[in-house]
Design a protein around this ligand. Structure first.
Ligand SMILES: Nc1ncnc2c1ncn2[C@@H]1O[C@H](COP(=O)(O)OP(=O)(O)O)[C@@H](O)[C@H]1O
Ligand SMILES: [Mg+2]
Length: 285
């Protein structure tokens, strides 16, 4: 399932030796340190880490909202510290945030989705097309003329995603966009994200502290205390339980159970998904 077939060899975003600290007066607090990573076109990348590990700081560095103290971030070859290119960079790397209520700007859904392209001076007809396509992808077409106020959290986040898509970004970063949602809302967003990546080929960076949201990633980066402490395919990253524990993270439930069963002497290989676990349990004699 994590066959990387969609991912290409072309880096859309590159972070090279990137460090950033927050300063106010004398007080300095580390955001991230010595980050090296590439986001490849078409991949589904997950950044995992507990609260305060530096995920949001990294996200803001990747879309040029913050500029590194040392090191360099490039988006499609453009250095994010280039003042003349700030807007270009931000429009290529769209961000969806945590709070569904803070991301709506208009009182009618289609206007909300149209807001970004309108500000870019895109012709009316083209905006229409983009709004239609974006709402279609997130499964919210029928709500087009409605008000965002009546929507569930999951629906609001899908509109927030549509508003980003209408800008035709190269990458969509979701910064804990499921954290405030109920389980149904979380599922809606994860399904939307998978569809975006798998069917539309969108490059997705999903930031989360939920292990189960990382299972379907092509690659995972684990952060702790501002640094990347491990990376790789989900199976590799989850197999290193020690690193995860040190980073304050727990294995997915299926992995934990498979390890317990193996410890108890059952012939159950390390599982990362519920399906795998169920499958090997069914095979037990
Ligand atoms: N605006 C800020 N001013 C000062 N320190 C900050 C600010 N934002 C984040 N930090 C600090 O940077 C570190 C990383 O935070 P953040 O990137 O928000 O982590 P995460 O998103 O993983 O919770 C934390 O120690 C946090 O306290
Ligand atoms: Mg954060």
């Amino acid at each position: 399932m994590n066959d990387n077939a969609r991912a290409t060899q072309e880096a859309v975003i590159t972070a090279d030796g990137v460090s950033f600290s927050y300063r106010s007066g004398e007080y300095v607090s580390r955001g991230v340190r010595e980050i090296n990573l590439e986001v490849m076109r078409g991949e589904f990348l997950v950044i995992l880490g507990r609260n305060g590990s530096g995920k949001s700081t990294l996200a803001k560095l990747l879309n040029g909202f913050l500029v590194p103290d040392t090191g360099k971030v490039t988006v499609l070859g453009t250095d994010t510290s280039d003042d003349d290119k700030v807007y270009e960079v931000r429009s290529k790397v769209g961000m969806v945030f945590q709070n569904p209520d803070n991301q709506m700007v208009a009182s009618v859904i289609e206007n909300d989705v149209a807001f970004g392209p309108e500000n870019l001076g895109i012709p009316r007809e083209e905006i229409e097309k983009r709004v239609t396509a974006a709402l279609e992808i997130v499964g919210m077409s029928e709500y087009r003329k409605g008000s965002p106020n009546k929507l569930s959290g999951g629906q609001k986040q899908r509109i927030a995603i549509a508003a980003i898509l209408a800008m035709l970004p190269e990458v969509v970063i979701l910064d804990e966009s499921t954290a405030m949602l109920d389980p149904k809302g979380r599922r809606e967003i994860m399904e939307t994200v998978l569809k975006l990546n798998r069917e539309k080929g969108m490059t997705v960076v999903l930031i989360t502290h939920y292990m189960d949201e990382a299972i379907e990633a092509d690659r995972i980066f684990v952060m702790n205390d501002g640094e990347i402490v491990s990376s790789g395919a989900p199976r590799e990253v989850f197999a290193d339980a020690e690193s995860l524990k040190a980073a304050g993270l727990e294995l997915p439930a299926a992995s934990r159970i498979s390890l317990k069963l193996a410890e108890a002497g059952y012939d159950v290989p390390f599982a990362i998904t519920d399906e795998e676990l169920a499958d090997s349990v069914c095979r037990l004699k």
